[in-house]
Design a protein around this ligand. Structure first.
Ligand code: ARG
Length: 316
């Protein structure tokens, strides 16, 4: 299904160029996202280098920017569900960290830092109750440090799994086993890119190269090699684009939602037949997050028959 809806107000979508969709065969598929409004967003502790306690947060602006992102998804045909924000959890807006949902199975995160740990219960409750209405099966909470889609990016045939700052290798193994997908562990080495989704974006899970974009220097030499081998056609981001979290992007296979600041990445995406949709999320950047951090994808079971087929072994 190709979606050709106009851009929402407050977003920038530049006209298609010579490598327009259609000539490259890219097409969008409707997605289902979970988001959490930044009602209580603030920077009151610093657990990544982006968080500067001396820089004030404009919460009304954060809410307006977040609403623009949500409206952009909806105007492109995607469904957005919302989890209730909780007072005292200023980072709950970064819904990507709440869990990992693949094939209708939802594995709740276990946060590394005590400041965020109560978010685990909130997301687990959502997966168990609201998630069930959407045909999701809750697998409960991960048993080791696991920051959900911040570090675990499903790329169609493999779970790309970041480690080094937050999610552990043991958590990768557990996620792969419970979600039933092979795992490729990638080691992050630059504290600015502390979650995998700050250094790598999955663009196309239908197999159309390039499947991913990433910033090589965020990874250890061995992981750079593994990425180059697996994705020889990947888009390589510049330092300038990575440094504005231009890789913290959400793609529907055609449209790529990302910060409006990553202008070089916008151009690279267009050259490869994608349509960048620029969003201003400058307030959320103060917490160390951008578009992808605010978005958890709820991937349904492959077909109606697969729903609810989680066995006891899956949970073990
Ligand atoms: N302040 C949050 C933290 O450090 C930001 C999380 C960003 N989320 C993401 N998926 N990268 O945990």
């Amino acid at each position: 299904m190709t979606l050709t809806t106009p851009p929402a107000a407050g977003t920038t979508e530049l006209p298609a160029t010579a490598t327009a969709p259609g000539t490259t065969g890219r097409s969008a598929t409707p997605r289902h996202f979970l988001m959490c409004p930044p009602t209580y967003f603030d920077v009151v502790y610093a657990i990544n280098p982006w968080m500067d306690l001396s820089v004030p947060v404009d919460r009304d602006r954060a809410v307006a920017q977040w609403e623009t992102l949500k409206a952009a998804y909806e105007s492109h045909g995607h469904r957005v569900d919302v989890i209730d924000p909780e007072p005292g959890l200023p980072d709950m807006v970064y819904a990507a960290n709440g869990g990992t949902v693949v094939g209708g199975k939802a594995l709740t995160a276990r946060f590394r830092f005590p400041e965020r740990q109560p978010e685990g219960a909130a997301y687990e409750a959502w997966f168990a109750l609201a998630g069930a209405e959407h045909g999701l099966t809750s697998l409960g909470q991960a048993s080791d440090d696991n920051e959900g889609e911040g570090d675990l990016l499903f790329a169609g045939d493999v779970l790309l799994a970041g480690t080094g700052f937050r999610t552990t290798r043991a958590a990768h193994e557990e996620a792969g086993r419970l979600l039933g997908v092979p795992v490729l562990t990638l080691e992050l080495v630059d504290p600015r890119f502390y979650h995998l989704d700050t250094a790598l974006a999955v663009l196309d899970t239908a197999g159309g190269a390039p499947t991913v974009a990433y910033y090589p220097d965020a990874f250890s030499p061995a992981s750079q090699e593994a990425l180059a081998e697996r994705y020889p056609d990947a888009i390589l981001a510049t330092e300038a684009d990575a440094a504005v979290l231009g890789l913290n992007a959400v793609s529907d296979g055609l449209h790529v939602f990302l910060t409006d600041r990553a202008t070089g990445m916008h151009a690279q995406l267009r050259e490869h037949g994608y349509v960048p949709v620029g969003i201003d999320l400058s307030e959320l950047l103060k917490g160390g997050g951008s578009v992808k951090c605010c978005t958890l994808e709820l991937r349904p079971a492959a077909g109606p028959t697969a729903v609810g087929h989680t066995t006891k072994e899956d949970r073990a």
